[in-house]
Every structure is written in C-alpha cells, then in structure tokens.
Design a protein around this ligand. Structure first.
Ligand SMILES: Cc1cc2nc3c(=O)[nH]c(=O)nc-3n(C[C@H](O)[C@H](O)[C@H](O)COP(=O)(O)OP(=O)(O)OC[C@H]3O[C@@H](n4cnc5c(N)ncnc54)[C@H](O)[C@@H]3O)c2cc1C
Length: 418
C-alpha cells in the first residue's frame, strides 16, 4: 500500500480547524472512499477563527462561525470526534490514541493541530479579567466582559490585538494598546504602512504606546491596573495577543522532526515519515515565495495546504505547495490586505489611491515586486494577487505612473492586441 493511497486503515486527521476541515472535504470531493476520522479537542463543530477578534459576541448563536453544518460530515461518512483529543501517536504501529481511550489505525495521518497563544509572561496574567482570544469560548468571554468594561488595555500591537482594540472602542470603552516593539505590526507589515495604520487607530480614539513593556498586571479579585515601563494604566479588562506557538508536541513526542512546527517537505509530508503530513499553523515548510522554511498563520494557508494534502490522498498526482500567500485583517473600519511575503530588506514604496484612505505599499526585491500591502483598497489587493501569481514578474519601473490595477489592465490590453 502506498503512503499516498491509504487502504482500509484510512485517513486520520488530528485537529478539527480550518486546515483539518479542508483536508477531509477535499478528500471526499476527490473520491476517496476509505475511512476518514477527525479528532477535534474542542466541543464545537469545525469553525473559522477570523470573526472571533473582529466582532464582540455574547452568544454562540450570534457568531455563526461553523464552516459547514453537522450534516455535512454524516452525509460524507466522515467520523467527527468532537471533544476528544489525540494524546499519543505511534508511527511504528501507525495508530493514534485519544483521551477518551480510542485507538485508531491509520494508513495516512494528517496533523492539523494549529497553534496556541503565547502565554503572557508577567505577574498577574492569571487574574480574572485577563483574556487571550483563540477559541470561540475565549471570544464569547471577551464579548461578555465588554458589556461592562470601561478601561481596556490591549497587550500586543499585532493583528489580533489591534482588531480587539477596535472591537472594544466600538463598545464605547477607553482603549490603550501597549506594544513592546517600537512600532505596530512589526513582524508582518512594513514600517511605512504600519505608521499609517497607527494614525487611523489614534484617530478612532485608541491610545497607542509603542516601545513599552508590560511589567505586571495588578488587582485583588480581578484586574485593576496594568503596570508598564511608561506608567500605570487603569484596566477592568485586559486582552492580549503576543503571538502564537505551533501545537507540535504530539509530533515531537512521536520522534518526528520538529522545529517551531512540524517539519514537512514541499508536498507537506513529514520529513521523517512519508505516512504523516502536517498542514496549517502547525507546519513549517519550504515555499517558493520565501527563503528557508516558513510557518504561516492564515486562513489561506490552512485551506490551501489542507486541499493539497486532501487531493494527494485522494490519488491525484502529488504537487509541490506553492500557493501565493495572502491575508486580511479588519481593524474596525479599516481593511488591511496583504499579498505575497515581504522580507525586511525589501524596498518599500507607498502609493496613495485616488480615494482618501486608500493606500498601498509595494515591496520590491531585486527590482521585482514581491509583496503588496493595502489599506481599504480591495481592487488593488486583487490585482496584486493576480499579478504575483503569474510567472511574469512586475518590475519596479513599470509602476512609476500607474497602480497594479492599471498595469494589469494595460497588460491585458496588450495581450488582446498581440
Ligand atoms: C482570533 C483570531 C483571528 C484571526 N484572524 C485571521 C484573519 O483575519 N485572517 C487570516 O487569514 N487568518 C486569521 N487567523 C488565523 C487563522 O484562523 C489560522 O491561521 C487558521 O485557523 C489555522 O488553521 P489550522 O487548522 O491550522 O488551526 P486551527 O484553526 O487553530 O485548528 C486546529 C484545531 O486543532 C485542535 N487540536 C490541537 N491539538 C489537538 C489534538 N491533539 N487532538 C485534537 N484536536 C487538537 C485545536 O484545538 C484546534 O481546534 C486568526 C486567528 C485567530 C486566533
């Protein structure tokens, strides 16, 4: 039996999130008819996480985040084991063992275990009123806390922190963002665009402290204030988002190669075992758009990687993973979109759109367009995705008097004429 054509032992997926769902839906759509089992430690049907930090909810019904209704799994004979996590993996016997005591053999195993929030390493982080947001239950807890909170301190000026800052502002709270780095979004967004975004947050009434360390969270029964290197801030709610770490411990304990994520090849197979794949936030992989290995935390990456593995396991010819990375973040009324992967050494050029508020940052590497960040400019983002996906590069001097949308139109017109 080939590693890519599982027989009776079937496909087992560990993790019922965005990537795990993508694997099993693509697997069945591709005609695979062997046993399929998904272990999901959360009690909820597989759901999407982006709304969790973009809206404030108090009831699960208001959320509607499930990817598909429960009937989807039954109709496709996908065994969904909710609330049961895999606790051990035996790659010699090819079985997984679950917390509920189930032992399931596999022909192919897919790890889609996602990531967990990096814990906040300061005294008082365990006080009532201090929250991180990763799960549906976390988001509901923050939604409930926001019904009374007046002073909200957001620790971490990354995507999730900034989204939550706007959610809290919309609920009428006084909001302060405290960020250790000297600017917002220092890992993922160019300094030029991040500076504009900071202004937009400040215009909406959010206070932003960069270059500021949180030293302690204080209170008796619950949080009362946050002590920072720049002074003390009153707080009746603290939310933090200071990055995520991959959930790769199962793989590590089973002896698979792990280094800040499960190490996989360009077809997303474990480099240690061809009968194991890893997809989504927990996988570290080669990518033609980046030097070295990358671990990407995005819906696009989770969905596309899951689909690639699903197709491969359904018997389609294996293909290297090369999809263009793209990402979005809604920070209140501001939509940030990214296509491609920017490197810190790229040359960045800011371009204003014809409507106030529209902005693009083009990142060039060796004179070629490598990544594009936009604010409130979806058409330019889409043009960037189309152009970056194509093999014909976009050169810096093609973009002196035109936008990417304009360049795409000019190229199409030239193709029609030719
Ligand atoms: C608040 C928030 C907002 C976000 N916003 C955006 C956005 O705007 N745009 C964007 O592109 N991306 C966004 N993301 C990132 C995106 O949601 C993730 O990249 C994506 O969900 C990754 O999919 P995944 O399947 O790898 O992991 P997940 O969706 O996290 O799913 C993994 C699942 O596996 C479960 N699991 C782990 N270990 C086990 C085990 N041993 N047994 C059983 N189950 C296990 C976990 O509990 C989890 O339910 C956001 C993430 C968060 C947390």
């Amino acid at each position: 039996m080939s590693a890519d054509r599982p027989g009776v032992a079937g496909v087992v997926v560990v993790g019922g999130g965005q990537a795990g769902f993508s694997v099993v839906s693509t697997l069945r759509a591709g005609g695979y008819d062997g046993p399929v089992t998904v272990f999901a430690d959360e009690p909820h049907l597989p759901y999407q996480r982006p709304p969790l930090s973009k809206k404030a909810h108090t009831e699960p019904d208001e959320l509607r985040v499930s990817l598909v209704p429960e009937s989807f799994y039954g109709e496709r004979d996908i065994e969904l084991r909710l609330g049961d996590d895999v606790v051990a993996l035996d790659t010699a016997d090819r079985t997984v063992r679950s917390r509920a005591g189930l032992s399931v053999p596999y022909a192919h195993l897919v790890l889609a275990t996602g990531a967990r929030n990096r814990p906040l390493p300061v005294p008082g982080a365990d006080l009532a009123g201090v929250h991180a947001v990763r799960s549906l239950d976390d988001a509901l807890a923050v939604g409930r806390a926001l019904t009374t909170a007046q002073d909200v301190v957001v620790i971490g000026g990354g995507f999730i922190g900034l989204e939550l800052a706007q959610v809290a502002r919309a609920r009428g709270a006084r909001v302060t963002v405290v960020e250790l780095a000297d600017r917002l979004l220092s890992r993922a967004v160019s300094p030029q665009l991040a500076e504009h975004l900071r202004r937009r947050h400040e215009e909406s009434g959010v206070h932003v402290h960069t270059g500021t360390a949180v030293q302690a969270i204080e209170g008796t029964d619950r949080v009362r204030q946050v002590v920072t290197s720049a002074g003390t801030l009153p707080a009746d709610l603290v939310v933090y988002g200071i990055g995520a770490v991959p959930r790769d411990e199962l793989a590590r304990d089973a002896g698979l190669a792990v280094d800040d994520g499960v190490l996989v090849d360009e077809q997303l197979r474990s480099v240690s075992d061809p009968r194991v794949s890893a997809v989504g936030d927990c996988a570290r992989h080669p990518h033609p758009h980046a030097p070295g290995l990358v671990r990407l935390e995005s819906v696009q990456n989770a969905t596309d990687q899951g689909a690639l593995v699903g197709r491969r396991l359904a018997g389609q010819p294996p293909a290297p993973y090369a999809n263009l990375p793209w990402f979005w973040s809604d920070q209140g009324a501001v939509k940030l979109q990214i296509a491609g992967l920017r490197a810190p050494s790229d040359d960045v050029r800011l371009v204003a759109g014809d409507t106030p508020g529209r902005l693009a940052a083009y990142a060039f590497r060796g004179g070629r367009l490598a990544a594009v960040e936009t604010l409130d400019w979806p058409a330019e983002h889409l043009a960037a995705r189309r152009l970056l996906e194509r093999e014909t590069p976009v050169l810096a001097d093609e973009l002196t008097d035109t936008t990417l949308g304009g360049l795409a139109r000019a190229r199409r017109a030239a193709e029609v004429r030719a």
